[in-house]
Design a protein around this ligand. Structure first.
Ligand code: IDP
Ligand code: MG
Length: 193
């Protein structure tokens, strides 16, 4: 595989769309194929949400711009207001946490922008640009460090690993929603083609 080429598959099981809570995705049958040749970083896809506070604070452009300028490639976008089933499926790993009801109320409180970004080590890159869960512990220059104040209103979600990325992308998008393409600048931003 060439450096920067997209993963061959990001779906381990049938996608779940908004309003169709089919429960957690089954264990991965087909592992995401990553570039492993010498000098190639692992190419990944990750789910980003500009959460309802980001939309209400007119920060969609700011957040998308930071990810775009980094060199990550946008492969899917959807503006939606999540229903309870979708929000609960997305945050299922936090179901037992005391803040779960508050988190679901927040995520369903208004529209948000769901995005899939792709690039070398995209999961880690987005997490770094986001900053820590607690904005007070996020460094200046990060989205949460620069633009957010509280854990509950921290503007952005980014997948925390390959398996959660695959599961979360499947909650918000169908396989055919993900666009495979290359940009003229990808060889410069993402490495040798
Ligand atoms: P992350 O968004 O940095 O990955 P997670 O631990 O996955 O953080 O938590 C998911 C979301 O739940 C956080 O972004 C935050 O909005 C909310 N959250 C996490 N911990 C707390 C808490 O202690 N109180 C209230 N909300 C929390
Ligand atoms: Mg998380």
């Amino acid at each position: 595989m060439r450096c920067g080429a997209p993963p061959r598959s990001v779906f381990a099981s049938a996608p779940v769309l908004a309003g169709e809570n089919r429960g957690p995705a089954k264990a991965s049958r087909k592992r995401t194929v990553a570039a492993t040749a010498k000098g190639c970083a692992r190419v990944e896809r990750t789910l980003v949400l500009v959460k309802p506070d980001g939309v209400q604070r007119n920060l969609i452009g700011e957040i998308v711009s930071r990810l775009e300028r980094k060199g990550l490639r946008l492969v899917a976008a959807r503006f939606l207001q999540a229903d309870r089933a979708l929000a609960e499926a997305h945050y299922a790993p936090h179901r037992e946490r005391p803040f779960f009801p508050e988190l679901i109320a927040f995520l369903t409180s208004g529209p948000m922008l769901a995005l899939v970004w792709e690039g070398p080590r995209a999961i880690e890159q987005v997490r770094t640009i986001m900053g820590a869960t607690d904005p007070a512990k996020s460094p200046p220059g990060s989205i949460r460090g620069d633009l957010a104040l509280t854990v509950g209103n921290n503007l952005i979600h980014g997948s925390d690993g390959p398996e959660s990325a695959e599961r979360e992308i499947g909650l918000f998008f169908r396989p055919e929603d993900l666009v495979t393409y290359r940009r003229a600048g990808d060889a410069w931003a993402q490495g040798r083609e």
